[in-house]
Design a protein around this ligand. Structure first.
Ligand SMILES: [Zn+2]
Length: 196
């Protein structure tokens, strides 16, 4: 290999270009982002009202993806509360038909906080999935959306396609599924930095 590189300028250029590409691909420039207000909870067991059980499999999907976050980020725990406690939950998850309006899921007000903290127990944030666009797709395409929106609810913001499309916080994950539906290393690192 060294002998090839030393044999001429063209070989050297090729080798450098290939090496550079490999490094960029394996280690995308920056990991995770937070909302500009640095929103987070002031506690690490975050209570959730799951209002999607009447929406086909979406209620179970939200529960499963909460468990996925709980299993990968020990410092934060989503805790679904029973019906008697739903009104006091920190945020709520829903599923409904919102029409062909450009988003597969969103986490309304997850970028809105005061002095860096979300208000506790008032369902300030609503994480929602848009069945108008997600019904009929394979489960994991939609699980990716649910996991992504849950990431927003703990303060994670987007990564764009140039930064890294192979993270759950990739902004195009609704329409540009990349074969991942669980939190990835960069997503987990972001949550750990925010809550550890
Ligand atoms: Zn998003």
């Amino acid at each position: 290999m060294n002998r090839v590189i030393r044999s001429g300028a063209i070989a050297l250029t090729t080798a450098v270009a290939t090496y550079g590409y490999t490094v960029v691909d394996a280690n995308p420039a920056e990991a995770y982002h937070f909302f500009s207000a640095n929103c987070r909870w002031d506690h690490t067991t975050v209570t959730v009202a799951n209002l999607a059980y009447s929406q086909a499999g979406y209620g179970a999907g939200w529960d499963s993806m909460m468990t996925a976050w709980n299993n990968t980020v020990a410092e934060v725990e989503f805790k679904a509360v029973g019906s008697g406690d739903k009104d006091q939950a920190d945020f709520k998850v829903v599923a409904d038909y919102y029409g062909n309006i450009g988003w597969y899921g969103n986490a309304d007000k997850s970028n809105v906080c005061t002095n860096g903290h979300y208000p506790n127990g008032v369902q300030h944030i609503t994480a929602q999935v848009n069945r108008s666009l997600t019904d009929g797709r394979p489960n994991n395409n939609n699980n990716a959306v649910l996991t992504h929106e849950l990431g927003h609810t703990i303060g994670l913001a987007h990564m764009n396609v140039l930064e890294n499309p192979y993270v759950i916080m990739y902004d195009g994950i609704g329409y540009d599924y990349r074969g991942i539906w669980l939190p990835q290393t960069d997503d987990i690192d972001g949550a750990l930095v925010r809550y550890f």
